[in-house]
Ligand binder design. Structure first.
Ligand code: MF3
Ligand code: CO
Ligand code: CO
Length: 257
């Protein structure tokens, strides 16, 4: 097994800058999320903003991935490819996931957006996904083990009668896009490796309205949907383990301060 990188002060500050840029992209794009806009238009705005801020998108060209962001609508769980044919309409829910490389450092974050009036179920699903991530974040402190993140997420999501995607996980991030450790969003209590100050990883639970199983589109090789075509929602932050807890590096609203 590979080792989990403990980041230096300098690396942490570099990863913080990149994560803040990714977080600012998610704030900036909010105003453009409207009925009639295509997800390709959103991706173009995102790409320009990233480049204008001296960075590049980490997803563009990643194992052949063709775009600067992932935009996942409704039953799409993750890795939705922005397209001129995907036009936002009233009632849609969508996740926009942005990973930046700034000064060689990676920052990775995503959030949900809504278009017009959404259903009560969609609203509850989004709130559950956000609270699941937040419960996971609250488990981040030295001496705790990584499995307890997935334990609290699974317990809460199930209490709301939703399911947790187990095929895609959080991950170490910063020097590379995807590093050790793997952060499962459903896990046994007190399982996994100990967290230590200087570790940086994402927590990014995907919560499904129906069953947890997913299906990957055979034509484009990327788009992951729920197998039962019911809704899915996800939030993601890049998180540093500190001496006494956590620091949400991609938080640009001061929500976790
Ligand atoms: N940003 C995604 C994550 O949270 C990964 C996207 S990889 C891509 O890990 F190739 F699909 F863009
Ligand atoms: Co990620
Ligand atoms: Co991401």
């Amino acid at each position: 097994m590979e080792k989990i990188i403990i980041k230096s002060k300098e690396q942490i500050e570099g990863i913080r800058k990149s994560s803040q840029l990714a977080g600012n992209v998610l704030l900036m794009i909010q105003d453009y999320v409207k009925p009639g806009v295509s997800t390709l238009e959103l991706d173009n705005i995102i790409n320009k903003y990233i480049i204008d801020h001296g960075a590049v998108s980490a997803t563009l060209g990643y194992y052949g991935y063709p775009k600067s962001s992932c935009i996942s609508l409704n039953e799409v769980v993750c890795h939705g490819i922005p397209s001129e044919d995907t036009i936002l309409k009233d009632g849609d829910i969508l996740n926009i996931d942005v990973t930046t490389i700034l000064g060689g450092y990676f920052g990775d974050t995503s959030k949900m957006y809504t278009v017009g009036k959404i259903s009560d179920t969609a609203d509850k699903l989004i709130k559950t996904a956000k609270h699941s991530m937040d419960l996971g974040i609250q488990q981040v402190h030295p001496e705790n083990v990584i499995g307890n993140i997935g334990f609290v997420i699974g317990r809460y999501a199930h209490s709301q009668k939703f399911s947790v995607v187990y095929e895609y996980c959080g991950h170490g991030v910063g020097i590379e896009f995807h590093e050790e450790p793997q952060v499962d969003h459903i896990a046994r209590k007190n399982s996994g490796e100990e967290m230590r100050p200087g570790m940086i990883f994402t927590i990014e639970p995907m919560i499904n309205e129906g069953k947890a199983s997913t299906h990957t589109d055979k034509t484009d090789g990327w788009t992951v949907t729920t197998k039962d075509k019911k809704l899915s929602a996800q939030f993601e932050h890049t998180i540093l383990v500190t001496e006494n807890g956590f620091d949400v590096l991609s938080d640009v609203s001061g929500e976790y301060k």
